[in-house]
Design a protein around this ligand. Structure first.
Ligand code: HEC
Ligand code: HEC
Length: 377
């Protein structure tokens, strides 16, 4: 474990700790959690340690594996296993690559930071399955390697180790999982005219023109995260609500209130949306309670998109071709399907030709960073 983590982190240090790669801005680092080499290494070890789970087999890397471009290549994530089988969630695991740039985390943006995010998977009933954060910190306190490391990094004694120390170290590691320098970056930000071929250049024209992709998957003057950090209903999976969306929303609110009354205020929302498909489909609404957010999900990045399928919050599309066809029909499988209620105003039929759709997909394939180029699609 130790040796592995050192190898991985030296690989990451080389490319991304101290200067941002071509196409990306400096990584934002919160004042109360500065990056240090030792903390990043500790975070790397914690990220890969499967003991923080009910079966001792599920780590962050199970669902966000470096060799799968920090995702899991499953439609929806698979958590710990017991005699009743493996726990399946409701949502697709987004890549951790460049998550450090997002202004909120999770498909519905329900937490504001990487630190807050990393608290939840170990104790979610369909992911790590531990009963409480105490289960996790007890494991840390009973491991002399971790006791020594937490002391060195945070200056705390064994008794003083908390879940916040765990999350700070993990988040520091994630802030090194940064990648740019794709063919697109070399063309657009590096002035390498030949970095994109003719087809990819045509695809880029469609991306910023007729396809209107850039209105949500944003590109700025000096860098591109490929997300507006905002929420939109694209009609994906919305019908899985099964009945009227407001009925599902009120059922959700009732259960949430009961869970909160039981003292589960900090974790109830995280559990309900990952355990129940229909609550998952409420999207951003489940946390914002704002009408416009019904069925809306966070715009995902498109960097390394060819390597992180299946696609969409529910993993319901397996190819980029399917995704583009969906947009071309204005958020539907076919032009005769009814339009989803609450569909985002930015989603309308595009009228792209087959050639244009192929070019657009070729452009997306040019957003892969060199270190993930070898991964199979
Ligand atoms: C069982 C699989 C699983 C495990 C284990 C897991 N994750 Fe995730 N991760 C997911 C899924 C699924 C989501 C999306 C859930 C949602 O949006 O509601 C997610 C979301 C995220 C996000 C948000 C990314 C974004 O685009 O908003 C980050 C960051 C992340 N996970 C990091 C971690 C870290 C760190 C750990 C370990 C502490 C971890 N994950 C453990 C499956 C997993
Ligand atoms: C109105 C905003 C908006 C526009 C316009 C838009 N997207 Fe998206 N895109 C999103 C959101 C939001 C999601 C996630 C939706 C979900 O899962 O429910 C998404 C998902 C995707 C995904 C899947 C990403 C993943 O990791 O699963 C791809 C690929 C994609 N968009 C490409 C495009 C392309 C190509 C265009 C132009 C034809 C485009 N988008 C236009 C907002 C937008």
């Amino acid at each position: 474990m130790k040796v592995l983590s050192v190898v991985i982190s030296s690989f990451l240090f080389g490319t991304s700790l101290f200067s941002a790669p071509l196409g990306l801005p400096e990584v934002p680092v919160p004042e109360d959690n500065p990056q240090t080499k030792e903390k990043i290494e500790l975070g790397n070890t914690l990220y890969h340690d499967p003991r923080f789970s009910a079966d001792g087999k599920v780590s962050c890397a199970t669902c966000h594996a470096q060799e799968k471009a920090f995702s899991d290549h499953l439609s929806v994530s698979k958590g710990f296993t017991d005699k009743t089988g493996a726990r399946m969630g409701t949502r697709n695991a987004p890549t951790v690559i460049n998550a450090a740039y997002y202004t909120s985390q999770f498909w519905d943006g329900r937490v504001p930071s990487l630190e807050e995010q990393s608290k939840f998977p170990p104790i979610n009933p369909v992911e790590g399955g531990l009963h409480s954060w105490d289960d996790l910190t007890d494991m840390l306190k009973n491991d002399s390697y971790y006791v020594q490391q937490f002391n060195e990094v945070f200056g705390v004694s064994k008794e003083e180790i908390t879940i916040e120390h765990f999350t700070k170290a993990v988040a520091s590691f994630e802030r090194t999982v940064i990648s740019g320098n794709s063919k697109f970056d070399r063309y657009w930000y590096g002035d390498e005219e030949d970095a994109l071929n003719a087809q990819e250049k045509r695809g880029f024209e469609i991306y910023v023109g007729e396809g209107r992709c850039v209105s949500c998957h944003t590109i700025s003057q000096t860098s591109a995260i490929f997300t507006d950090n905002s929420f939109h209903n694209l009609g994906i999976g919305f019908r899985a609500l099964g009945k009227d969306e407001l009925e599902v929303a009120s059922e959700y609110s009732d259960i949430l209130a009961k869970e909160i009354a039981k003292g589960k205020d900090k974790v109830a929302g995280d559990e309900l949306v990952l355990e129940h498909k229909r609550f998952s489909e409420l999207g951003r609404y489940a946390f914002s309670k704002e009408g416009d957010d019904m069925g809306a999900f966070k715009t995902p990045t498109l960097r390394n998109i060819a390597k992180t399928g299946p696609y969409m919050h529910d993993g319901s599309m397996s190819t980029l071709e399917e995704v583009v066809a969906w947009y071309n029909f204005g958020g539907r499988m076919s032009p005769t399907d009814p339009v989803t209620p609450f569909l985002d105003g930015g989603i309308r039929p595009l009228g792209l030709s087959t050639e244009q759709m192929i070019d657009l997909v070729a452009f997306m394939r040019a957003l892969t960073s060199p270190q993930y180029e070898q991964i199979k699609e």
